[in-house]
Design a protein around this ligand. Structure first.
Ligand code: ATP
Length: 293
């Protein structure tokens, strides 16, 4: 499922750094400002750029008090490591990843980044350190430039083009009559699914977070687009701690570690070849072609 295709108030992670002045966005900001449950602790610290060492220590969580989803998760992810979460639908892969930017708070245990409990960081500084790329890209009505620059509002024109280039968007933008000034969205040019994802990737190159969450597309793009996007995402994840909610075999095979989640929690972990050889859940998912090529 999708991290952001959830209660509207949870959308705040995307816009935490959004200038409240830009038209069309204000109302979301207002919704966020009223969000009651997740807030800064009294003496929360504004962290600078984190390294990205992540630890889940005996983490328990449930959306409802009487139904727990995670029952004591222990997990260490090294700075710079790429881990792929796989497992049956509903097992909790998305839930684990949505605890990191604090869309929800753990009900037991704690999550630390670089040794610091994430609840002791200001929400804004925590979320500045985490980038999310997902299937349903969040775009607003405005120009392509504005939509890319949303990743870093202080970006120069040169940096915006550089981000577009790294996301393989440059050529497409140059072919548009208004280039970077092309208006997209309801009143403007409609982007394809692949173009939207590239735009989200361009944004992330600008935002440059040490931690990345990739909520991988379940619906297939055409093979060529898929390969180009995989390539851009691979480049994006270099040097960042990357958590992938993975559906694509190509991503999974290349991950430093695969973490198999089922109803009981972390069922197994290791590299693709190790898990296939061990004959466990992963090898059965793999055989059943649950994991798409
Ligand atoms: P998928 O592969 O389908 O994306 P997943 O492994 O990511 O699944 P989650 O989306 O984390 O699984 O869901 C774990 C459990 O939590 C499921 O039983 C789901 O119904 C439940 N759940 C998810 N989001 C919410 C929510 N906002 N409120 C209540 N329950 C939820």
């Amino acid at each position: 499922s999708n991290i952001f295709f959830r209660p509207i108030e949870k959308i705040n992670a995307v816009i935490e750094s959004y200038p409240k002045g830009i038209a069309g966005f204000k109302r979301y900001v207002e919704i966020i400002d009223t969000e009651p449950d997740i807030a800064d602790a009294k003496d929360a610290v504004a962290v600078d750029s984190l390294r990205g060492d992540i630890r889940f220590e005996n983490v328990t969580f449930g959306y409802e008090p009487d139904r727990s989803i995670l029952n004591g998760i222990h997990l260490s992810i090294r700075a710079g490591e790429t881990v792929a979460f796989v497992g049956p639908s509903g097992a909790g892969k998305t839930t684990i990843c949505s605890l990191l930017p604090r869309f929800y708070d753990v009900t037991g245990g704690r999550i630390t980044i670089d040794g610091l409990d994430i609840r002791d960081m200001t929400l804004q500084s925590l979320r500045r350190n985490i980038g999310i790329v997902q299937q349903d890209v969040f775009l607003f009505s405005g120009t392509i430039r504005e939509n890319i620059a949303y990743g870093d509002l202080k970006a120069t024109e040169e940096q915006i083009w550089e981000a577009a280039r790294r996301a393989s968007l440059e050529e497409m933008i140059r072919q548009l009559p208004d280039g970077m000034d092309t208006v997209i969205g309801e009143r403007g040019v409609k982007l394809s699914g692949g173009q939207k994802q590239r735009l989200a990737i361009a944004r992330m190159f600008l935002k440059n977070p040490p931690i990345l969450i990739l909520d991988e597309a379940t619906s297939a793009l055409d093979t060529e687009t898929e390969a180009a996007i995989q390539q851009s995402l691979a480049e994006l994840s270099v040097g960042r701690t990357t958590l992938v909610i993975a559906h694509r075999l190509a991503t999974i095979k290349n991950a430093d570690r695969i973490i198999v989640i089922d109803e009981s929690g972390i069922a197994e972990q290791g590299r693709h070849s190790e898990l296939v050889a061990s004959g466990g859940i992963y090898s059965r998912l793999h055989q059943a072609q649950y994991l798409h090529a």
